[in-house]
Design a binder for this molecule. Sequence first.
Ligand code: ADP
Ligand code: GLC
Length: 512
Amino acid sequence: MPISPRARSPRPGAPRKRTTAPKRKVLFVASECAPYAKVGGLADVVAALPKTLRRMGHDARIVLPLYASMDRTQYGIRFLRSACVHMGKGEEQWIGVHGASLDGGVPVWFVEYDRFFGRPGLYDDAGGEYGDNAFRFALLSKAALQICKDSGFIPDVMHAHDWPTALVPVFLKTWDRVLSPLSATASVLTIHNIGYQGVYHASAFPYIGVGGEHFAPDRFEDHGKINLLKAGIFFADALTTVSPGHAREIVEPVGGMGLAPRLDARRADLTGILNGADYDHWNPETDPLIPARYSARDLSGKGACKAALQRRMGLAERPDWPLFGIVSRFAPQKGFGLLVECLQAALGQMAFQLAVLGTGDPWMENYFGGLAAAWPGRVACHVGFSNELSHWIEAGSDFFLMPSLYEPCGLNQMYSMKYATLPVVRATGGLDDTVENYDEATDGGTGFKFWQPTASALQNTIGWAVSTWFDRPRHIARLRRNAMREDFSWEHAVAEYVNVYERAIAARRLSA
Ligand code: ADP
Ligand code: GLC
C-alpha cells in the first residue's frame, strides 16, 4: 500500500460539534460487544457508541448472539420470549430472545440459538473457522429484524458492523419490503476490517433467502462464492469505516482487498469516522484494574505500575530501561512479520524490555514464547486473552508497539496516549490519523512513526524511541504530556455518526 506522510487529522482536540438533529432510534446489530464477548476492537466500539448516543438523547439498543461463553448470571441476562425467524427455503428457526442492560443503561437483546451459538468460540475454535458461519450470522441478522417486529421497537436506523451483520441492510431492502413496519428503516454498515469479508460457499445462498437475481457480481457473487460484506456494501443506505485515512485507503486497489471497485462506486456514501476511546474504562486516573493510579500532574503512579508489571511478568525490575508493550490479536494484519525479522538484532543492540499479551496465530504464540525463553528478564509473553493484563501493560509500559501492515483505526494507540505510553506505529489508516510524529527540533508529537513496511524501518524506529529515552528524557516527558492531552472521547465521533444517520434516513426515503 503506498503510504505517504500526511497532515494529521484535525479531529482530535477539535471543539465539540453541537448537533441539532432529531433524536433517533438506532439498533446496533453486531457479533461482539464488550464485556459480553470480545475478540478485538469491534467489541469496544459496539459497547461505547450506543452508550454515548444514549447520553446524547438517542434511543440506541443492541442485538447480539447469546454465545455459550457469556456468563448469564454475572450480566443479568434473562429470557424474554421465543421468536420465529423465517430463513430461505421455507426454514423456520425458533430462537430464544433474552435481555440485559449494558453499563450506561443500553438495552441489549441476545439471540439464543444453541445449534449456532452454543460453542466455545465466536467465529472459530482450535479446529479453525466454523464451516457454517454464513448460516450462523445470516440467522443473527434476520433475527434482529424479527426482534424489532415482535417488540414494536421500530428503529430509524439499523447499524450493522462488518461481515457478520452485513446482511442486515440486505434484509431491510429485500424482505417484506412494502408491508413491513421496517420499510422506512435506514441502514448503515460500518467496515471495521476489510480483511475479513465473510466469503463462503454458494451453497449457503438459498438459506439467506433473497432472490436469485442478487447472486450477481455487484452484490453477493465473488468468484462463484458469496461475499457477505460485498452484499452489504451494495444494499446499505450509508457506509462508514473507522478512520478518515482508512476511508481513503479502501477505495484504492490494494487497500480495498478486492472490494475497491464496489466501494469506489459508493464513494459518495462512504464516510471515515475515527473511533473514540472510552475513558470510562481507559483512564489512568480512575482505572480500577491497574496497580496504581496517576495523572499528567503526577506520574509517580506510572512508575509503580511499571515495577508491578515487571514483577508480574517476570521481567527484571529496571526503572531505567524503556519497556515496550504489545497487546494484540496475533494476526498477519498486525505486522508481526516485521518484528520477527528485527527483534533478535534489536534486543542484541539496544537496552530495552518487551511485554507481550496476545493470542491467535499459533506460530506467533510459539515465537513470542521462544523469544521470552531466549531473553529471560528482557522479554515476557502471556499467551491468552486478559482484559486486566491489557490495562496493566497500557499503564506499565513506556512505549506501545503497533507495526501494523494495515490498521483501519486501532484503539490501543489511543488508550496508550491516555496512559502516557508513547505509541510506536506504522503510519497507516487510523494509526496515521491519531499519532503525531515526534519532532526532535520542537519536542512536539505524541509518538514515533515509520512509513515503509520493512523490518529495517521498524528497527530504526524502535532505536529512535530507545535513544530518545536515554538521551533526551526531557523530550520523553514532553511527549507524554502531549499524548495525555489528546482527547479521543466518543462524543466527537457520535456527532459525525448522527450526521451519517440523517443522510441514511434521507437516502432511504428517496429509495422507498
Ligand atoms: P483489532 O480490533 O484489530 O484487534 P484494536 O486496536 O482496534 O485492534 O482493538 C483491540 C482491542 O482488543 C483492544 O481493546 C485491546 O486491548 C484488546 N485485545 C487484543 N488482544 C487482547 C488480549 N490478548 N487480551 C486482552 N485484550 C486484548
Ligand atoms: C478492527 C480493526 C481495528 C479497529 C477495530 C474497531 O478490527 O482492525 O483497526 O480499531 O476494528 O473499529
